[in-house]
Design a protein around this ligand. Structure first.
Ligand SMILES: NC(=O)c1ccc[n+]([C@@H]2O[C@H](COP(=O)([O-])OP(=O)(O)OC[C@H]3O[C@@H](n4cnc5c(N)ncnc54)[C@H](O)[C@@H]3O)[C@@H](O)[C@H]2O)c1
Length: 451
């Protein structure tokens, strides 16, 4: 028998919401639901995170401890690693990682394991939403069959004739649009795209998210919602590759690409500025487009824009190292044996996130080319072992005029706002600037090597 719960149920107050994966996406979402008065449980397989959350502590720089503490105290939020408690929730939202494996293919093991951990506890009338970025078809092809092993059904249908198709549980996809560190747009202000496996699932998810975001944008299917997120990120990836390529051309011609971009950005329509840099970083832009390329292969389709953008962007860290070598060469120094200081390991400014950071790649290439280097990053006092890199022996060196002056060159890899760029240029022998961070520096411009 199909559930008695109607999609409108999710417009109600004091819902019990389970969030699986309390990371950069899941934790802010959990706190937003708690803020809206719902009872939220965060599920995570990482026990230290669960402990910290229940103690009211934050492990993400831009998420305030006080907020977590407030909702833990008011019993609107708690965390657990006990997945049998999934059964207590009205809605369950999946926010687990979707990385690439060593062959740069989608690694959906986290999503698959999560679906398997929900399945034994799935209840009639529950709403399950996948938020993890992925290729179109994941919700229907991977998550749904696992959940239906419970014996409960959620048919894949669309159209007005299926407005009230009977379902045992609701299943939807809604991509996250979190931009860590963005002070202008928080979760509550960003419209949320929602697509259901069937119309009742879509309406249930719309009702739920309508409580916590300013606007819900319904689409006809989970596939459309999955593809929307990929379009957004591919758009960024391709445009960043375009300006990176134009930067290389401008450098060869002896032009300043930043001046050109700023001038073009004065056009009030039909142009959106993107800025060059040392390469792509973060959990999304370097990874997500390849989810679509991989899926496209199943249809004998080659996503050439994605591949080309990947090629251009992947070459940028190598370009940075070449620029360092060229700058040193002008001072009759070789890269091999040079003593370098890398500023910023985070993938972008003012965040404590180094996933896929191009700085890590730059350091790897520097190492291979025989350079000696230290780093400074106010967000990372020391580095840890990562999937592809092991810099666990490295500690951030304190910045002072004396230390800066000891290095043959300083590489600005991430343009954190807390850096005093004029003081850095004053004290350093040579500065390789990958972010145009020194644009306002007036003294000693002869020491700056734009790259
Ligand atoms: N970080 C962003 O800015 C951002 C923006 C938009 C979309 N996304 C997407 O959101 C998803 C999550 O990304 P994130 O940045 O929050 O990742 P994250 O690594 O910060 O957090 C994921 C959390 O899931 C936990 N986890 C892993 N496997 C689990 C399991 N089987 N059960 C329960 N918990 C598990 C991890 O311990 C971690 O706490 C990804 O698909 C990502 O592409 C991220």
């Amino acid at each position: 028998m199909a559930t008695e719960k109607k999609p409108e149920f999710f417009k109600g107050a004091q819902l019990r919401v389970g969030i699986i994966g309390c990371g950069y996406v899941g934790l802010p979402l959990a706190l937003r639901f708690a803020e809206a008065g719902h009872r939220v449980t965060g599920f995570d397989t990482d026990p230290p995170k669960v402990q910290m959350l229940n103690a009211g502590k934050s492990y993400i720089e831009h998420i305030q401890q006080a907020k977590i503490q407030q909702y833990v105290n008011s019993r609107h939020f708690g965390a657990t690693a006990d997945f049998s408690r999934l059964a207590e929730n009205d809605a369950i939202i999946i926010c687990v990682p979707t990385p690439l494996n060593e062959y740069r293919e989608p690694d959906l093991s986290y999503v698959e394991n999560t679906a398997k951990s929900i399945q034994p506890h799935l209840q009639k009338g529950q709403l399950i939403v996948l938020e993890s970025t992925t290729y179109p078809g994941t919700t229907e092809e991977l998550v749904l069959p696992i959940l239906e092993k419970s014996g409960l059904r959620c048919p894949i249908v669309s159209g007005p004739e299926n407005e009230n198709v009977p379902v045992d549980f609701f299943l939807a996809f809604s991509p996250e649009r979190e931009d860590p560190g963005n002070k202008q747009y928080g979760l509550a202000q960003i419209p949320k795209v929602v697509g259901g496996v069937n119309p009742p699932s879509g309406r249930a998810a719309q009702a739920l998210y309508g409580q916590v975001v300013a606007r819900v944008v319904p689409v006809s299917s989970t596939r459309a919602a999955e593809m929307t997120k990929l379009l957004e990120n591919i758009f960024r990836c391709v445009n960043i590759a375009l300006v990176n390529e134009l930067k290389l051309l401008c450098q060869r011609i002896g032009m300043d690409v930043w001046e050109v971009i700023d001038a073009a950005a004065s056009k009030p329509f039909g142009f959106m500025p993107f800025y060059p840099g040392p390469g792509l970083g973060g959990h999304c832009i370097p990874v997500d487009p390849f989810y679509l390329s991989w899926k496209a292969r199943e249809y004998d389709f080659s996503t050439r824009f994605i591949e080309l953008a990947g090629e251009v962007n992947t070459a940028m860290p190598y370009h940075v190292v070449e620029s360092v070598a060229e700058a040193l060469n002008q001072y009759r120094k070789s890269l091999k044996g040079a003593k370098l200081l890398v500023l910023g390991v985070a993938y972008k400014k003012d965040v404590d996130d180094l996933r896929e950071s191009p700085t890590l790649k730059i350091m790897e290439i520097l190492q291979k080319r025989g350079a000696e280097f230290d780093y400074n990053d106010p967000y990372f006092p020391h580095l840890h072992k990562m999937r592809h890199y092991d810099y666990s022996h490295m500690k951030s060196v304190p910045l002072s005029a004396e230390t800066l002056g000891k290095y043959d060159a300083v590489i600005i890899a991430t343009d954190h706002s807390s850096y005093d760029y004029a003081a850095i240029v004053d004290a350093a022998k040579l500065v390789i600037d990958t972010r145009n961070a020194t644009r306002r520096v007036i003294r000693h411009r002869e020491r700056i090597f734009a790259c």
